[in-house]
Design a binder for this molecule. Sequence first.
Ligand code: PLP
Length: 374
Amino acid sequence: MCELNCNELVKYTYFRGRVALFSILKALDIGKGDEVAMQAFTCVAVPEAVIKAGAKPIYIDIEDNGFNMDSADLSRKLTSNTRAIVIQHTYGIPANVSLIKEISERYSIPIIEDCCHTLSSTFSGKSVGTFGAASFYSFGRGKPLVIGIGGSAKANDDELNKALMQQYNVFISPSSLRRNRIKIQYFASRLLFRPSIYWKLRDLYDLLSLFKIIDGNYESDGNLDDYRLKMSLDRKRLLIKKLDRIDSHNNRALSITSQYRSRIVSNLIKHPEYPNNCYTVFSRYPLITDSKREILLKARKARIEVADWFATPVHPLKEAEWTKVFYEKSSCPRAERMSNLVVTLPVQENVTPRYIDRVIDFLNMFDEKNSDCF
Ligand SMILES: *Cc1c(COP(=O)(O)O)cnc(C)c1O
């Protein structure tokens, strides 16, 4: 069952997830001279919003063999200027909220939960998005519920709720040109997308967003005008419709990931670990492997949807761009290492049973006893 109060997710809706985070930071009065702690092994959207708000991101390493923030490294890196901690539930696996919350309470630093990868996972029986001062969501490509592009924010106390509402009044709707472009993009990808053409479509997407024909996930020069925009009404209506069906969405995701989990049995591939006090609804199913490069190369040829993200500590920024978002090389060694080890599998609605079999057969080929395969 959806523990989530879906109405809360359609109250403050924005052009993108990162704009929702930006608005939360503003509502918390975070800006110049302030630091915001976030994990490395994240999407550039997160530091981009922090920088746009005028603050500085500080990067916390991830847990050993995990994908989420390491609380010990958080303790080490907090300073007297740290004004918020962003907790990311990577791929839908809940972060260790209780350890991080302890630190946040000790130093009175508010938590903002990045729920862009999951709406419904729980930690100790409580839904993600209820642990901090606020949380934010994304409904773009690759997220649990896709409406084209969009985000939302939720505050967990009255004062912040009021501040968010005041903020919200200054956001404007996207132009009709932009609205239509997003609509067309959404319908085209619904119509065209099959996991087997993932690689072709991905190349096309990268090309089109390079030439600014479509809104890509990652714009390295940041379209900063986007930070004034809220979600258009037609996207909001679609979001409400999708939220209505979230239970069936979750059931599908659970059934697909349980097949990956039980049937992928290669000694070169490790399944993700997560604590058993968590209910985990994955948005992508991650695998850890030393053969990342080989698997990606072969997957492209075999037309199997295996994604590489996060391929860098601040995805998709390459090393030369890290300083732009204040990431210092070697400051989060585990995040850097994991970027070279992780591949992720699809769980979205157009993954058919036959396709699941293909993915599983493909991955089971990567095994020491078949090492002549690669
Ligand atoms: C996608 C994503 C976001 C926000 O993305 P938008 O494109 O701004 O909607 C934030 N955090 C993480 C971890 C993400 O993957």
